[in-house]
Design a binder for this molecule. Structure first.
Ligand code: FMN
Length: 159
């Protein structure tokens, strides 16, 4: 496991430096990996079981003074964004999933009620797409698409 991947997330900026992100790391073959895997919807389980690691990202939704961390989803997204870029920089791949049952994750991993599950990330090495079949193969081979800049920059698009 590359600690640098988690370091990249740790150094993310956050509102008032609140750092609401927490991580649970499962490595394939260990119990934590199985517990995170058990919370995924069946489609995600079908491919994520082959990952080298599964990270469960949790958020602390209240600050130490008891007030609400209003921006916790945004902060966690930013930390995960940095983690994903660092993962790819190291020649691995990271795939985020919100297709999981938060209650199952909470109970399987005995997570305290002050933490909210946000996302699961599968991390591993890229394998050959030809090993896949059906919808998984179709998805892997599909053209990657995004909205054009002209559709998302509503005003002031540089020419
Ligand atoms: C917050 C979030 C949740 C996602 N959840 C899932 C998921 O549950 N299962 C899955 O296979 N992919 C999931 N994805 C991956 C997206 O489907 C994928 O990024 C999108 O289709 C674009 O594909 P591309 O990044 O390969 O271009 C998720 C991505 C994000 C950012």
């Amino acid at each position: 496991m590359h600690l640098g991947i988690l370091e990249a997330a740790r150094w993310a900026p956050s509102a008032f430096n609140g750092q609401p992100w927490r991580f649970i790391v499962g490595k394939r073959g260990d119990q934590v990996f199985q517990q995170i895997l058990s919370s995924l919807v069946p489609f995600n389980q079908s491919w994520a079981k082959s990952a080298s690691a599964l990270f469960l990202v949790l958020a602390k939704t209240t600050k130490n003074d008891g007030s609400i961390h209003a921006d916790y989803q945004f902060d966690c997204g930013l930390a995960v964004g940095q983690l994903v870029v660092e993962t790819h920089h190291r020649g691995l791949v990271a795939h985020q999933m919100t297709g999981f049952d938060k209650a199952i994750a909470q109970s399987a991993l005995s997570i305290s009620s002050e933490l909210v599950p946000v996302v699961v990330i599968a991390i591993g090495t890229q394998d050959a797409p030809e090993k896949l079949t059906g919808p998984l193969l179709e998805r892997e081979m599909a053209k990657r698409e995004r909205l054009a800049l002209s559709e998302i920059v509503l005003q002031g698009l540089p020419v």
